[in-house]
Design a binder for this molecule. Structure first.
Ligand code: ADP
Length: 644
């Protein structure tokens, strides 16, 4: 099982700038070559724009004076450069030639702009897809101990909002480079037209831009981080509530929840408004200063520097093209810091998730079970962080040594919290023992390839896991190659075929998110059919009949009995009901993480007092539903009474 391609353990934050440059392009899925091509295109487009505007100057002068360019050569360095350049190309710059050249330049520039926009969109979207799918891969390959700690809102925020922002980093960097180059080109042009007017104009521009961008960058850097956190909170809140609609209803919390949602959203609104306020401030300040500056310039240019009206016109045209560029530059600077924050965030969770990737060092195939599954002094402790109030993490399994015979049915019994589910999770290595080991015949579980082990162990959990799709899709999940015939046989064996056939579209009926269109019993039977279809050699069931109506229970029990009679499958059932135990060949009784008895019903009746009490209670109770959880409470109370 290959985990998603990500092996770095040192976070980007800790790398120096050299390290960051080496690692980031690959991390955000934006190759340096693509970056260089787009920057090259941007530079070419800007250069063409500069030349295009520069050519307007001689065109206007020629139109206005009716002279030729040679006669005007002394007037401006722009004219001299134009003359030399055209002479180099072997052309004489008449009005027509100049106009044609400008037209051709504009056309070519538009074509390049189109190619550039497409490439930018392509590479940005490619980066989003790559970051999001790699992160998704890291989450799915991580062990359950990590993923059950994660909140679904955090995942969704990381995969959609933050991945997108991280991918925009390269675009923001390109914007900065492009703005700086535009500034260089336009300022050079301005200097050529009139260096005195340029100094005045730029002086004004720089003062405004400096103050504006300093305050704006500082402001949005803070808001960027806070927006990220608020987004995360809001997505988490919403996804959590989506799963709780029923609770909201029965507790009449609709109004409270709506108000809470509104409050969360208001916070996000305030932050976004903050960012907008900074942008608006920049815009108003820059434009205001531009108008005042333009008046001052017009006055100075005509009265002091004696520029012609055509020169002044071109000068102002270039200067006004420069204005949005300074604005672009400060916006790009803000974005760069916000997007960098997203990259570091994605980086942090990627490293965290990959550190929790499941270890798969096994090389052996799953053996054909002859003896069975052996637990050798297995202990398991959940991490302390899962029990924040406890002084030390409780021991969920303590020194468990048991043999689960091959091709027979073993029931795991015990009060709730005894460690039954934990023990079951250890078999397909969803969790790893903290001590001891598990063997399949003579092969240690860790030596078996993880995918082979998982294929050999089918798990039917108590809350049947159903995906939003058709019944066939649900059954095929994990075995995409199964034929319709195999699917129907499995459904038949799980006593699911008849209810599926009775549905409007049979096997093509869509069951809805989490199977909302199915009853609990139907979901259980589907899950069982899926497990049977996997033809696993170990079938692990977390009390498949506890939520079932009598008819479904009989059906599932008949399905299991058939499987048991075939004698090819090792069945392990976590039993919440004594009726389940009756069908088992072998029973393991757990209490507080320890095995307090193993054997057949008869052996346990003599050896294990807890078991005897449970059975006595059941046979004595006239109305009790043989539920072990409720009985075990009774037993505990009775034992306490006995000791006092
Ligand atoms: P059972 O299946 O017999 O009811 P479990 O195996 O679910 O028992 O639980 C055994 C112990 O482990 C309990 O003390 C329970 O609180 C703890 N436990 C179970 N699941 C987790 C988990 N995901 N994180 C932390 N502790 C857990």
């Amino acid at each position: 099982m290959k985990s998603s391609e990500f092996s770095r353990t040192e976070p980007l934050e800790k790398l120096g700038w050299r390290g960051r440059i080496a690692v980031t392009p690959d991390f955000i899925g934006y190759p340096i070559s693509a970056f260089a091509i787009i920057v090259g295109l941007t530079l070419a487009v800007t250069l063409m724009e500069g030349v295009g505007i520069a050519l307007l100057y001689p065109i206007i002068e020629l139109l206005q004076t009716g002279q030729n360019l040679e006669q005007l050569a002394d007037r401006s360095p722009v004219f001299r450069v134009t003359l030399t350049s055209f002479a180099f190309l072997g052309l004489r710059p008449t009005l027509e030639v100049l106009m044609l050249a400008t037209g051709a330049l504009i056309l070519f520039r538009q074509i390049l702009t189109y190619i550039m926009s497409l490439s930018r969109a392509y590479f940005s979207q490619r980066a989003v897809a790559r970051i999001a799918s790699r992160t998704f891969g890291l989450f799915t390959f991580a062990g359950v101990a990590y993923t059950e700690k994660l909140r679904s809102g955090t995942l969704i925020n990381a995969l959609f909002t933050e991945a997108k922002r991280a991918a925009m980093f390269a675009a923001a960097l390109q914007n900065i480079i492009s703005s700086m180059f535009k500034i260089i080109v336009f300022v050079t042009l301005l200097l050529f037209i009139s260096w005195q007017a340029t100094l005045v104009g730029l002086g004004l521009l720089l003062v405004v831009a400096f103050f504006v961008s300093r305050s704006a960058v500082r402001g949005t850097k803070l808001s960027g981080q806070m927006i990220n956190e608020a987004n995360d909170r809001l997505t988490r809140y919403t996804t959590e509530r989506f799963a709780l609609f029923r609770l909201i209803k029965v507790q009449s919390m609709e109004a409270v929840e709506t108000a809470l949602f509104r409050r969360e959203f208001d916070e996000l609104r305030d932050l976004n408004v903050d960012v907008a306020r900074y942008s608006a401030r920049i815009q108003v300040l820059i434009e205001g200063a531009a108008i005042v500056g333009a008046f001052a310039l017009i006055y100075l240019a005509t009265e002091v520097f004696s520029l012609s009206l055509a020169t002044l016109g071109i000068f102002l045209l270039v200067l006004f093209r420069l204005l949005p560029v300074t604005q672009e530059l400060s916006v790009a600077r803000q974005q760069l810091s916000a997007y960098l924050h997203a990259i570091l965030y994605i980086d942090r969770i990627s490293i965290e998730a990959s550190a929790h990737a499941e270890q798969d060092n096994g090389t052996l195939p799953f053996p054909k079970l002859r003896q069975g599954i052996r637990f050798e002094a297995v202990s398991f402790q959940y991490p302390l962080e899962a029990h924040p109030d406890a002084a030390s993490a409780p021991v969920a399994l303590a020194d468990v040594s048991i043999d689960i015979p091959a091709c027979q049915t073993t029931a795991l019994l015990g009060p709730s919290g005894a460690g039954k589910s934990t023990l079951a999770d250890l078999i397909p290595r969803l969790r790893e023992p903290t001590e001891g080991r598990i063997l399949f015949d003579d092969t240690a579980a860790v030596d078996i390839r993880l995918d082979a082990l998982r294929r050999a162990v089918a798990l039917v959990s108590q809350d049947a896991l159903i995906i939003d799709g058709t019944i066939t899709e649900n059954l095929r999940y994990g075995r995409p190659d199964a034929t319709q015939q195999e699917i129907e046989t499995a459904a038949h064996d799980a006593f699911a075929h008849s209810f599926i056939e009775a549905m409007p579209q049979g096997y093509d009926t869509i069951v809805g998110e989490r199977g909302v269109l199915l009853s609990g019993g139907q979901k259980q039977r589907l899950a069982l059919a899926r497990a049977l279809l996997a033809q696993a050699s170990v079938l692990l069931l977390d009390e498949p009949t506890s939520a079932l109506d009598a008819e479904s229970e009989t059906a599932v029990q008949r399905a299991l009995a058939t499987l048991q009679d075939d004698g090819n499958t090792t069945i392990i059932i976590i039993a919440h009901r004594l009726s389940t135990v009756r069908h088992a060949d072998h029973i393991v009784v757990l209490e507080n993480g320890c095995v307090i008895g193993t054997g057949t019903h008869d052996a346990l009746m003599t050896d294990t007092s807890w078991y005897r009490k449970i059975v006595d209670l059941q046979t004595g109770a006239s109305t009790d539903t043989d539920n072990i959880a409720s009985l075990s409470r009774n037993v505990q109370t009775t034992s306490k009474e006995n000791t006092t």
